[in-house]
Design a protein around this ligand. Structure first.
Ligand SMILES: Nc1nc2c(ncn2[C@@H]2O[C@H](COP(=O)(O)OP(=O)(O)OP(=O)(O)O)[C@@H](O)[C@H]2O)c(=O)[nH]1
Ligand SMILES: [Mg+2]
Length: 447
């Protein structure tokens, strides 16, 4: 989870309120001090931390809770609202036709994020073209081409041309029918004048709707001056914070962005092409505070399904009472594609209180082992693994590099799941509800 340390200490501070029998001034002062400590440790700007906690204290101590709600609920509500307003700079990424230009210093994640964005837009049924306008780094075109291939998006580039604006002009002509065009530009070590001139010229030619500044979250408090300089040059419309997975100090970038008033549109949460989340202040804070985020989970599940027909088939088999190892395999595969188990489970509301008790690595390893075992089975065995006799179990274990006891565990797990599903499907009301859920989830409704 992004900013795991901050989330933990915020939850701990807040749990003092939920656990208290009554909320008085002394407790509120103690809790705001805890909040301050937690935020400062995550590198959130001091001024902002003080402003935030003062506001919380002012509101809780001077305003009366609205009729019908107790002091406890009211305090929690105020804390949540103030944290949200701290990171809220406006609407996140828009899923509509547009031109996007990526800008930023060297190595911040511009090229990677261009690929990630391309995938995100295609998942929302918008056609995308990528333009490689980094004419300074020799391998830049190849890097973007590879990303384009990965996400099945066309890339325009001229590896031997030095005039970035001219490339963009021709790229735009080529992509005139694409709904979204993303332009990747060069990075530099420092804000050199010629880089600024170049991105100005590209912006003149492309007239991009969005000029997105890509910022490595680890830059912390330095984010402010960077954002300012780029803003002066091309008018930054939004910021993408990358490498939020790799830092405990992402609060620095969060707050620096707030002080420059540029909104955060997305956050990068890993090296994988799917590791880009649309930034939504409310969801972001809810997840930090352990509230989970089911709509995000639904979105991730949707993104993970490459073959919707197959998914529908599996759902139908299950609701009609058919559950073989193949269905189980498919479900495990989909889960796997959604990313690390820990990230997936953290989206389930209320889950954060269990997170210390789960051995994620072990569970992930078990899932991988199960998949290897299933890959070594015959079709008939996948239909009904209970036909597997001792000698076959030994062969399967050998073929999959596992042990016989692992094969037995899988069969046992399958029988348990099958029984549970049969029980659920036998319950008419539950069955109806599940079929309804599987058939009518409107995946696009959330955006
Ligand atoms: N862990 C993690 N790594 C990331 C993320 N985004 C980018 N990276 C990594 O950061 C490195 C630099 O990314 P690039 O996309 O090449 O950065 P760039 O801004 O295009 O760099 P230049 O073109 O050289 O200026 C790569 O190794 C990426 O894999 C992220 O969200 N998380
Ligand atoms: Mg690059």
């Amino acid at each position: 989870m992004v900013l795991e340390g901050l989330g933990k200490s915020l939850r701990k501070a807040i749990s003092r309120i939920t656990g208290a029998s009554s909320v008085d001034e002394e407790l509120i002062k103690e809790v705001t001090r805890d909040l301050q400590r937690a935020l400062l440790e995550a590198d959130v700007n001091v001024q902002m931390v003080l402003g935030l906690t003062k506001k919380i204290e002012d509101r809780v101590l001077r305003e009366k809770p609205p009729a019908g709600s107790g002091m406890k609920e009211y305090t929690l509500k105020v804390i949540r609202e103030e944290l949200i307003s701290m990171v809220d700079g406006g609407e996140g990424l828009k899923f509509k036709p547009q031109r996007i230009m990526m800008v930023g210093l060297y190595g911040q994640g511009k090229t990677t994020t261009s690929g990630k964005l391309a995938l995100l837009f295609t998942k929302h049924n918008l056609s995308v073209g990528l333009i490689a306008a980094d004419v300074h780094r020799p391998a830049a075109y190849d890097q973007l081409s590879q990303l384009g291939q990965k996400v099945n998006v066309e890339v325009y580039g001229e590896p031997n041309t030095k005039d970035a604006a001219a490339i963009v002009e021709r790229g735009l002509r080529k992509f005139k029918d694409k709904k979204v065009v993303i332009i990747d530009t060069s990075g530099r070590h420092a804000l050199e004048d010629d880089l600024i001139d170049e991105i100005k010229r590209i912006a003149d030619v492309a007239k991009p709707d969005e000029r997105l500044l890509v910022l490595d979250a680890q830059v912390g408090q330095q984010a402010g001056p960077q954002a300012d300089a780029f803003h002066k040059a091309v008018g930054v419309t939004g910021v993408i914070l990358t490498k939020m997975d790799g830092t405990a100090k992402g609060g620095g970038a969060l707050s620096a962005v707030n002080s420059t008033k540029a909104r955060i549109v997305c956050i990068g949460t890993g090296e994988h092409i799917r590791d880009l989340d649309r930034f939504d202040p409310e969801k972001f804070i809810s997840r930090l505070l352990g509230g989970g985020d089911l709509s995000e989970l639904v979105r991730m599940a949707r993104d993970a399904v490459d073959d919707e027909e197959k998914a529908a088939q599996v759902a139908e088999s299950i609701t009609s009472g058919k559950f073989t190892l193949k269905e189980m395999y498919y479900q495990m595969e989909s889960l796997n594609k959604m990313g690390p188990l820990k990230k997936v489970l953290s989206m389930i509301p209320g889950f954060s209180s269990y997170e210390d008790k789960i051995n994620y690595e072990e569970t992930q390893r078990n899932l991988a082992r199960f998949r290897h075992i299933m890959d070594s089975m015959t079709e008939a065995e996948k239909e009904d693994p209970n036909i597997i006799k001792a000698s076959r179990a030994k062969r399967i274990a050998e073929g999959s590099g596992t042990e016989v006891k692992d094969v037995r565990t899988l069969i046992k797990q399958f029988n348990t799941s099958k029984k549970a599903i049969k029980g659920m499907m036998g319950n008419r009301k539950m069955r109806k509800q599940m079929m309804k859920q599987m058939g009518t989830i409107d995946f696009d409704a959330e955006e």
